[in-house]
Design a protein around this ligand. Structure first.
Ligand code: NAI
Length: 401
């Protein structure tokens, strides 16, 4: 079976879906690995390094797609709709794509792949269960984003983070407020603590208080009713506008007293909850910095503009949407591990093997034999639920060639 890795074509994307160190285990398990020439350069991996690891380097991109049984990508069509469309013609029926693909943000792209007969595993759909952790690309990338957000804030802040007792007097530590203590938030807390900041954090899921405190941060207690704010899968639920209105009012004081706010509040498949108002920004000391990691889905701060730097009343507001690409070597290393772990689950020796009894495989499968099989994507596209048991195609094996 041939596993192919094209060069990423999304503007500014520096990551690659496979690193040289991930090639030998695939080759050992009977796969042929092809990589597009130059695909790893921006992440620090040369064509020669891939060759030495046992991959074939291919210059002809359409040929790379046409000959592939499985394609691994950092950004599948849905996450790269403009440039990615150029590859559609080279995708043959039965091709398997394993890639983050923004299926809930861009369901139309899922339809395009279904129409071509491509089998898509959209990696954002991986369930957050213990067994799937080693394949969870969202967690991997959020870890990097949380770390990098702190560095961005530290770079922009006109103060240093740590407490310093110097001959020229004592410098007080920076105060960092992290909103949303999921994967990105917890990493932001840990990174800000490592730099010596005093860190406060808040999350609607009361269960995370202990994790926040174990990292040396203080949990901000606000009198808000958060019972039932968590799904069985460990994500936040969307709460009513009345809740958010109250949260904005209660958070404004903590925001005003912080040098840095890092916001990561997210609800899967929904717009980012609005937590910091323009008024709250005006309450901050000039020089303060907000890094809004939720910028891609509208932002947690009212003034955030995705991929722009806004300065409002002396407060800098950053809304970066692709921080993992700023740390391409480690981001690619983590992605490669996640994607190859998943690839192992859908291969048996050098054969593609689709076991729909496996929850991780079933949940991640977005298209199959020309159909859109993920219930959420179907709903977003206004399609009827599939008629087969559990809305899924029958358990089956699929020959790819
Ligand atoms: P997550 O789901 O693990 O964490 C989000 C947290 O926000 C949850 O703990 C949730 O309970 C909390 N939350 C939801 N509503 C809230 C509210 N009203 N107030 C306080 N907390 C609230 O998500 P993860 O993986 O940590 O990602 C966080 C954000 O970072 C997402 O928006 C994600 O898209 C984004 N991200 C951004 C990147 C970038 O480069 N900008 C890269 C990777 C992730």
């Amino acid at each position: 079976m041939i596993i192919s890795v094209p060069k990423e074509t999304y503007l500014g994307e520096r990551r690659v879906a496979l690193v040289p160190a991930s090639v030998p285990p695939l080759v050992k398990s009977g796969q042929r690995v092809q990589i597009e020439s130059g695909a790893g350069i921006a992440a620090g991996f040369t064509d020669d390094a891939y060759r030495q690891s046992g991959a074939e380097v291919i210059a002809d991109r359409p040929q790379l797609f046409q000959s592939a049984d499985i394609v691994l990508q950092v950004r599948g069509l849905g996450a790269n709709p403009h440039a990615g469309a150029a590859d559609l013609d080279a995708m043959r029926e039965g091709l398997v794509i394993i890639a983050p693909s923004d299926p809930l943000g861009n369901p139309a792209a899922v339809r395009q792949l279904a129409e071509r007969g491509v089998t898509l595993f959209a990696m954002e759909l991986i369930p957050r269960i213990t067994r799937a952790q080693s394949m969870d690309v969202l967690s991997s990338m959020a870890t990097i984003a949380g770390y990098k957000a702190v560095l961005l804030a530290a770079d922009r802040l006109p103060k240093m983070f740590p407490l310093m007792m110097t001959a020229a007097g004592t410098l007080t530590p920076a105060k960092v407020f992290v909103v949303g203590a999921g994967v990105a938030g917890l990493q932001a807390i840990a990174s800000a603590r490592r730099l010596g900041a005093v860190v406060h954090a808040y999350d609607v899921r009361p269960a995370v208080k202990e994790q926040v405190e174990s990292l040396g941060a203080k949990f901000v207690e606000v009198p808000l009713e958060t019972t039932g704010a968590e799904t069985a899968g460990g994500y936040a639920k969307q709460l009513g506008e009345e809740f958010y209105q109250k949260q904005r009012e209660l958070m404004a004081r903590t925001v005003a007293g912080s040098d840095v706010c890092i916001t990561t509040a997210a609800i899967p498949g929904k717009p980012s909850p609005r937590i910091i108002t323009a008024e709250a920004v005006h309450g901050m000391t000039p020089g303060s910095v907000i890094v809004d990691l939720a910028a891609e889905r509208g932002g947690n701060c009212e003034l955030t503009k995705a991929d722009h730097c806004i300065v409002e009343n002396g407060v800098t507001i950053l809304g970066p949407t692709n921080l993992p690409s700023e740390v391409p070597t480690h981001a690619s290393q983590m992605l490669a591990k996640n994607l190859t772990n998943f690839a192992k689950l859908v291969t048996r020796g050098s054969e593609f093997h689709l076991n729909l009894e496996d929850e991780v495989v079933r949940t991640t499968l977005a298209t199959y034999r020309g159909d859109i099989v993920n219930p959420q994507v179907r709903e977003l596209l206004g399609l009827e639920p599939l008629k087969t048991a559990e809305g899924l195609p029958p358990v089956d094996h699929l020959a790819t060639k």
